[in-house]
Design a protein around this ligand. Sequence first.
Ligand SMILES: Cc1cc2nc3c(=O)[nH]c(=O)nc-3n(C[C@H](O)[C@H](O)[C@H](O)COP(=O)(O)OP(=O)(O)OC[C@H]3O[C@@H](n4cnc5c(N)ncnc54)[C@H](O)[C@@H]3O)c2cc1C
Length: 287
Amino acid sequence: MIPGSFAYHRPKTVAEAVALLSELGEEARPLAGGHSLVPMMKLRLATPDHLVDLAGIGDLKGVRSDGADLVIGAMTTQHELIAADEVAARIPILREASLVIADPQVRYVGTLGGNVANGDPGNDMPAVMMCLNAVYHVVGKSGERRIPARDFYQGAYFTALEPGEILSAIRIPIPAAGHGYAYQKLKRKVGDYATAAAAVVLTKSGDRIATCSIGLTNVAETPLWAEEAARLLIGTALDAAVVKKAVAAAEAITAPASDNRGPVAYRTKMAGVMLARALAQAAARAA
Ligand SMILES: Cc1cc2nc3c(=O)[nH]c(=O)nc-3n(C[C@H](O)[C@H](O)[C@H](O)COP(=O)(O)OP(=O)(O)OC[C@H]3O[C@@H](n4cnc5c(N)ncnc54)[C@H](O)[C@@H]3O)c2cc1C
């Protein structure tokens, strides 16, 4: 399939990109790695008149520490995230989740910003960002605003981004040293989107869970932050009965589509299975 015709723009700064997007209006879309947008254009599910390519804007790339946070430029590719020592050392769940996105060819070009701004419930990074309590830096013609990932997703392909705004960076609080983490993803084959996936970050105090946060991928119209399930685990030794309760609480907030990845009941159960596995792995990894 061949996309419809469009005009191509390649700004060099964030200010230039924002000015272009607001001048061109709702028929203009930012282009990052193009690995979600271009397939949608080929299927004519997206028909923008203008693409504003962010690839020439150096300020949108890279990983830096800022106090207790890591700040990752929106145009940092999934491959660059996997290769970043600072990411592996301080927020290893980002590397673990990036490694199960698609395949190396997609990850060389696909960006973290595109993955989280896209609004596709099948994208892996949004639930990880909700789990980590990340904050998105968004720039528009009236300046910058910061939106917690937990408030960003409003429906399938519907986010808090306004037309004319771009996501410039993702700010992630670095979890405590010695935290446990896991991203467990069920997929039909290598390179597939999740049938269901669960992200867990926790800390332990002795043999008890001190803090816990859970995100779920592709089991509702938006990524999910399973707040109640995590709350049930805090203060416990993660025994089988309590894990069962947390799994039930997580399954209760899912509303997956019935599609070629399976019927609703199967995908709901798989969200629970992925969560139980992620909890066990995260607890085993926690110091
Ligand atoms: C074969 C294949 C398999 C895949 N499998 C997976 C998978 O298993 N898991 C997964 O998570 N993803 C998967 N993907 C999607 C891939 O990770 C994409 O790269 C990613 O979803 C989008 O990132 P991008 O940089 O390519 O963004 P683009 O496709 O360029 O953009 C996606 C959307 O976000 C908007 N956008 C992009 N950047 C910004 C920004 N900075 N500010 C505002 N809006 C922006 C665009 O306008 C567009 O609407 C797969 C893709 C392919 C082709």
